[in-house]
Design a protein around this ligand. Structure first.
Ligand code: UDP
Ligand code: MG
Length: 141
């Protein structure tokens, strides 16, 4: 029996600014994952600090929150069998310079010499993380 799983994908401000939202979503859909929900928003600092809580205290935390709040992001609820792991594979390594060709970060990203790695897209790293992050970005208020 296949168990359908969900993950959170964020097209980061650099991805939106570079008009890569369509290309990034195209790759996720082409792989066969299902778009369940989608929203574009300018995230509040509070949301970003909660989203990246695991990195609080690290040297890149401040610049990361700043960068993520620098423009609109596109948040996606994506579903499919083993979608969490599958999307991480599609993204490639965190640093675009070393991300494998064929991955989103490897094909479309590069390092810009900024204090934070601008790597176009975020995706949850485990099913439990996905549940926590989806609740943050898709809470109905
Ligand atoms: N990041 C950074 N410098 C680092 C590590 C991470 O600027 O040394 C940024 C980068 O944008 C990354 C995000 O912080 O995507 C979250 O880091 P994580 O290690 O969770 O990488 P990811 O899960 O996004 O691949
Ligand atoms: Mg991460």
């Amino acid at each position: 029996m296949s168990i359908v799983e969900e993950t959170l994908v964020l097209v980061k401000p650099d991805g939106v600014a570079r008009n890569l939202t369509g290309e990034i979503l195209r790759r996720l859909e082409a792989k066969g994952y299902q778009l369940v929900d989608l929203r574009m928003l300018q995230p509040e600092r509070e949301l970003l600090e909660a989203h990246y809580a695991e990195h609080a205290g690290k040297p890149f935390f401040g610049p990361l929150v700043e960068f993520m709040g620098s423009g609109p992001v596109v948040a996606v609820r994506l579903a499919g069998h083993r979608v969490v792991e599958g999307v991480r594979t599609l993204l490639g390594a965190t640093e675009p310079t070393v991300a494998a060709p064929g991955t989103i970060r490897g094909d479309l990203g590069r390092d810009w010499g900024a204090s934070v790695v601008q790597n176009l897209v975020h995706a949850s790293d485990a099913p439990e993380t996905a549940a926590r992050e989806l609740a943050l970005w898709f809470s109905r208020r």
